[in-house]
Design a binder for this molecule. Sequence first.
Ligand code: THU
Length: 144
Amino acid sequence: MTDLDLMRLAEQAREKAYAPYSGFRVGAALLSKTGRVYLGCNIENAAYTPTNCAERTAFFKAVSEGERNFEAIAIVGGQGDSISRLCAPCGVCRQVMVEFCSPDFRVLLGNCEQLQATTLGELLPLSFSPKNLREREADNDENV
Ligand code: THU
């Protein structure tokens, strides 16, 4: 699975976007360490706040299928039929990534013509992660 293959799959996932309110359509393709790919699109809602981003759709599909280890995600987004030069993941999605991925998790942005690779560590430095809670448990154990 090349970066370009994953980006192509994100573009396909975007076709399923349900975005009648913003018109901004996003697709994501998430590659697990077992080599499987989970696709996601944004799913909007008339009440607005229940809206789910494409990235989280892909993550929640994967985790609900038993996957917890991930290699990379490709993300494409844009208004209507056009794909933007760059659609960076929102803060909530970055936090969901941190729950399951290490800082070297690769995040592929852009589109099939102009692909830009970054990492989760670059997108969300100094993050609050499951490690923080484990540290606290360890501190508590020491005090018992
Ligand atoms: N959106 C995503 O799906 N992923 C992102 O990374 C940014 C935003 C969606 C949410 C909403 O449906 C629309 O794009 C406009 O914010």
